[in-house]
Design a protein around this ligand. Structure first.
Ligand code: CAA
Length: 378
């Protein structure tokens, strides 16, 4: 892997850093408190060509390589993890459409996904099936030229704002993992209703909603891949998604390091800045090591994706390490701030809450370990 960034990669990072510092960070605390969807932030990102980073130029996107994408997400997450996850899911869906959809579906949806009104949502998880993706129960039955969807999805990012939803449903219940199929469901489809977004501990400006399908008719032409390949479509999409979450985690770790370093120099105790105490220095040093290791694993996985190499295990390693490192770092940052770190007045309190979901969504840490071990033992 070449550790030097290309001019395009440097430029993507600088554009994102500038926008994140000037527009996203100043708005983040208010969005968190109000749980308001980040409309303005997404408009800004769309204006800078960053909403559809992984969308091909032919469909109006920036067509960024995966390393540029990862660097951009790190900068966005450093300012606001809610915005970063919204961006990440949009690009995960766009990339999956680009890979598995017909030209007609690409033409219908990809261009719109460069704008906030056309956001993509990814509907795999159900109330009784999170880690066990093959345990989903939402049914899709072929009737005439349509599949009719019935069932319930949960925790669906941006569902209440999406223009298109990638939905995985069971077409043959006798076949378990080979009996699921992926579809694109239009955001305005009749028979699809979206419930109120969940009140969450962190990443509160990203909306996670239940979705209900009641005799929702989806044209057979809206299938992604072939019938029975739904899990392959979804899980290969999640391989890239996990690089996105690893990037997001790395950005959040960076924010923790910056906050704790600044505060340790400002705050005095026992007659000197707390940065002079070894206990504090060790926490800063451990966070810096976590950051560097998370960044390397994440960029290595992104680089492999750009090189066309298999990424399943590398993405799982990056996601596992970076998400756990972000949680360790947020814990340390809070510790350095002492009681102030527990106050809603300080940014580290939000970072601590925003970090927690990183080891849960897009595959828990336990699922990442399973993916890594399976790869080693096969
Ligand atoms: N790429 C392509 N295909 C894959 C794949 C991948 N990475 N991983 C598995 N598959 C294929 C398998 O080859 C298999 O197909 P065949 O039977 O034809 O060979 C099929 O998919 C099923 O795979 P498994 O037999 O391995 O299935 P399993 O039941 O043993 O489960 C699992 C495997 C790794 C546990 C998987 O279910 C998994 O990753 N679970 C976690 C799901 C997850 O991450 N959910 C997050 C949802 S999104 C989200 O969090 C919200 C958000 O928007 C932020």
């Amino acid at each position: 892997m070449d550790l030097r960034l290309t001019e395009i990669q440097e430029a993507a990072r600088e554009t994102a850093r500038d926008l994140a510092e000037k527009k996203l960070l100043p708005a983040a605390a208010k969005l968190d408190a109000s749980e308001a969807f980040p409309d303005e932030a997404l408009k800004e990102l769309a204006g800078a060509g960053l909403l559809g980073m992984r969308i091909p130029e032919a469909h109006g996107g920036a067509a960024l390589d995966m390393v540029s994408y990862a660097l951009t997400l790190m900068e966005v997450a450093r300012a606001d993890a809610s915005v970063a996850v919204t961006l990440s899911v949009n690009n995960l869906v766009a990339e999956t459409i680009e890979r598995f959809a017909s030209d007609e579906l690409k033409a219908t949806y990809l261009t719109k996904m460069n704008e906030p009104a056309g956001l993509g949502a990814f509907a795999l998880t159900e109330p009784q099936a999170g880690s066990d993706a093959a345990g989903i129960r939402t049914r899709a039955e072929l009737k005439g030229g349509h599949y009719v969807l019935n069932g319930e999805k949960t925790w669906i990012t941006s569902a209440d704002r999406c223009g298109v939803m990638l939905v995985v449903a069971v077409t043959d219940p006798s076949k378990r993992s080979k009996g699921a199929t992926a579809f694109l469901v239009d955001g305005n489809a009749k028979g699809m209703t979206v419930g109120k977004h969940e009140p969450k501990m962190g990443q509160r400006a990203s909306h996670s909603c239940p979705v209900f399908f009641k005799d929702c008719k989806v044209p057979a032409a809206n299938m992604l891949g072939k019938e029975g390949e739904g899990l392959k479509v979804a899980l290969s999409g999640l391989d890239s998604g996990r690089i996105g979450i690893a990037s997001l985690s790395t950005g959040l770790t960076q924010a923790c390091l910056e906050e704790m370093t600044r505060y340790a120099k400002e705050r005095t105790a026992f007659g000197k800045p707390i940065a002079d105490f070894q206990a504090i220095q060790w926490m800063i040093a451990d966070t810096a090591v976590d950051l560097e290791a998370a960044r390397h694993l994440t960029l290595a996985a992104a680089w492999c994706k750009d090189a066309g190499e298999p990424i399943g295990e590398k993405a799982a390693m990056a996601k596992l390490f970076a998400s756990e490192a972000a949680n360790r770092s947020a814990y340390r940052a809070t510790q350095v701030f002492g009681g102030y770190g527990y106050s809603r007045e300080y940014r580290v309190e939000r970072l601590y809450r925003d970090a927690r979901v990183l080891t849960l969504y897009e595959g828990t840490s336990e699922i990442q370990r399973l993916v890594i071990a399976r790869g080693l033992l096969k």
